[in-house]
Design a protein around this ligand. Structure first.
Ligand SMILES: NC(=O)c1ccc[n+]([C@@H]2O[C@H](COP(=O)([O-])OP(=O)(O)OC[C@H]3O[C@@H](n4cnc5c(N)ncnc54)[C@H](OP(=O)(O)O)[C@@H]3O)[C@@H](O)[C@H]2O)c1
Length: 353
């Protein structure tokens, strides 16, 4: 079987640093037919956005980002040139282009065709659509690596997930439950039914009272073994007070506090960031927090993508889609994800299945 690959394609490209409405252009560019060792060419059916996409666009200087480049990491699509891999033309896959590869090759998910390492994709399970599968890799792998590599969560332990309705958080809920852990999760009240439907054992509405106050006044018994901040809080309070509700030897894992760099001048974001750095760095013998703080930085691991694929196929990890946007309307997708209010993945549909 062969596929008639066009010479040209439509692709969104980041042409300068800034807000997506200014930085992104829909352009006609060459289809990347020249493949390196281990690379395949994929016709993209759907691309899912992640906050890292607009954060890199907004903050990363041009000399590091090597623009113009196609943004975004997560995709589902059809293999149209398997090159030297074990894939075949027509295989339906899902996977991702990590940030380092995105920056070094200029290849991203928000284009009709993209080339990427074959080891970064797997065949898509039959029980999920391309739009659903596209949202899995980056966020679910972050959740998996946060809970396993960073926190070493074990069966029977209790984890508090801050942001049970964020993409990373909701996948963390599924994965922690699949591991046999007890899960307590937070979200705003409007998301309570949704977060409970994921299977959490207890829910906390963070908008009623600051989380650290709620947890200090109502400490869990026994204390949490793991706190996973799946939102990337810039306010360090949840960590600073964690001795009251995180067990000795327990671990606090963060997806990474990211202040709003556009309003650093005298902003609370800047003060909170400094306060977080001090809280993490201060040694215990100088009054520092007597609990470990760890950062999860998602990296591609074939075994992790395979584990996510198996959980998906078994129905233990369910894709949650917040909204689907047509390819020419990708800027609306950025508007949605930048609200920080999406419940599940914001997906751009690029081709029909
Ligand atoms: N370090 C890494 O490798 C890595 C990888 C992936 C993501 N991240 C970071 O992780 C964070 C989450 O990413 P994501 O894709 O999951 O984001 P997302 O899906 O866009 O998150 C949106 C959700 O966050 C919830 N939320 C917002 N503020 C909250 C708060 N203060 N407390 C609890 N929930 C809150 C919202 O629920 P409510 O409307 O109910 O508040 C909404 O449902 C981002 O900062 C991202 O950059 C880091």
């Amino acid at each position: 079987m062969s596929y008639d690959i066009p010479d040209k394609q439509q692709a969104w490209r980041v042409v300068s640093r800034g807000h997506p409405s200014r930085a992104l252009k829909l352009e006609e560019i060459d289809v990347p037919k020249k493949l390196g060792k281990g690379e395949i060419l994929v016709k993209v059916q759907a691309a899912a956005l992640n906050p890292v996409g607009w954060k890199l666009m907004s903050y990363l200087p041009n000399f590091i980002a090597r623009r113009p480049l196609v943004p975004e990491h997560d995709l589902a699509g059809i293999v149209v040139d398997p090159h030297d891999s074990d894939f075949h033309v027509g295989d339906e896959v899902f996977g991702w282009i990590p940030t380092n590869i995105n920056i070094s090759t200029g290849q991203g998910a928000l284009s009709q065709y993209t080339r990427l390492p074959a080891i970064n994709v797997l065949r898509r399970p039959d029980n999920v659509t391309p739009v659903e599968a596209a949202g899995i890799p980056l966020a679910a792998m972050t959740a998996l690596q946060g809970l396993t590599d960073a926190a070493k969560l074990r069966e029977g332990q209790t984890v508090f997930i801050n942001g049970g309705s964020s993409s990373v958080g909701l996948f963390a809920v599924y994965i922690a439950k699949a591991m046999g852990a007890k899960v307590v999760a937070s979200a705003s009240g409007r998301n309570e039914d949704f977060v409970r439907s994921l299977g959490v054992d207890e829910f906390v509405d963070y908008t009623q009272v600051p989380l650290y106050q709620h947890l200090t006044s109502n400490p869990p018994a026994p204390k949490f073994d793991v706190i996973f901040d799946a939102v990337g809080l810039v306010d360090p309070s949840l960590y600073k007070h964690s001795e009251s509700y995180l067990a000795p030897g327990g671990v606090y894992v963060s997806t990474g506090p990211t202040p709003d760099f556009t309003s650093w001048g005298g902003s609370s974001g800047m003060r909170n960031m400094l306060s977080t750095v001090l809280a993490i760095a201060r040694p215990r013998w100088l009054g520092g927090v007597k609990r470990s703080w760890k950062l999860v930085t998602v990296t591609h691991k074939e075994k992790d993508l395979a584990r996510l694929r198996d959980l998906l196929a078994e129905g233990k990890l369910k894709p949650i889609v917040d909204s689907v946007h047509e390819f020419p309307n990708a800027l609306q997708a950025y508007e949605r994800i930048m609200t920080s209010r999406a419940t599940g993945k914001v997906v751009v549909k690029i081709a029909d299945s």
